[in-house]
Design a protein around this ligand. Structure first.
Ligand SMILES: [Zn+2]
Length: 215
């Protein structure tokens, strides 16, 4: 897949990479139906997938170009979830791509009534702690409800991978390829947790997590 790092400047190249990313998300079963959306920082704004677009069928689509405040600069109406992407990209100038999905296992974990409501994904492996930052969960808000914006800004300052309660995930990275990879890896971690079900599990102890976080 076309990579985009550190900053894409060419809109056509970025649009092609978004179509590649969408196809991969769809092929992996991470973006059922018309769910999921992608954003990439471009030279003259932020490219976001249009409202109602199918991630597996973005080839030839014109993306929505938005100003950082969400104003539509060109193209079709953007997804109503664009504010999630813009909030992350505004907070994190070091990151250039955001992938939001309602993948099945991620969404299932995001719905769990867990002991620690902020961390339904349990730290079973060093990998979940380090690569996924533990994927903290933000409180529920209806899709498109912009009241979540300040929470997204707060969490993304330290955690580019996070869950939205009873909704899905947001994965941001310096490159679109890596944002897709993070999404795939988060889905895999969620699937593993659900596979464990009610089996007795030994998650990493707090001191073991601290060692991993310090590396
Ligand atoms: Zn969503």
């Amino acid at each position: 897949m076309t990579d985009l790092s550190p900053t894409p400047t060419d809109t056509r190249e970025a649009t092609a990479a978004m179509a590649d990313a969408g196809r991969m998300l769809h092929r992996l079963g991470l973006s059922p139906g018309t769910t999921g959306n992608i954003a990439v920082r471009a030279a003259d704004g932020v490219l976001v997938t249009p409202s109602g677009a199918r991630m597996g069928d973005l080839a030839g689509e014109t993306m929505s170009l938005l100003a950082p405040d969400g104003t539509l600069l060109s193209g079709p109406r953007a997804t109503k979830e664009a504010f999630l992407h813009l909030a992350v990209l505004r907070t994190r100038p070091d990151l250039h791509a955001v992938v939001h999905v309602h993948a099945p296992h991620i969404t299932a974990v995001a719905c769990l009534d867990s002991e620690d409501p902020d961390h339904p994904l349990r730290p079973h492996t060093a990998y979940i702690v380090r690569r996924l930052g533990g994927a903290p969960r933000l409180p529920y808000a209806p899709p498109g409800d912009e009241s979540l914006r300040s929470e997204v800004e707060r969490i993304s300052a330290s955690h580019p991978v996070f869950l939205l309660a009873s909704h899905g995930s947001v994965c941001a990275s310096a490159s679109l390829a890596d944002a897709v990879a993070l999404t795939e890896e988060l889905e895999s971690a969620a699937q593993a947790q659900l596979a464990l079900g009610a089996l007795p599990v030994r998650a990493l102890a707090a001191d073991q997590q601290r060692v991993v976080e310090a590396r």
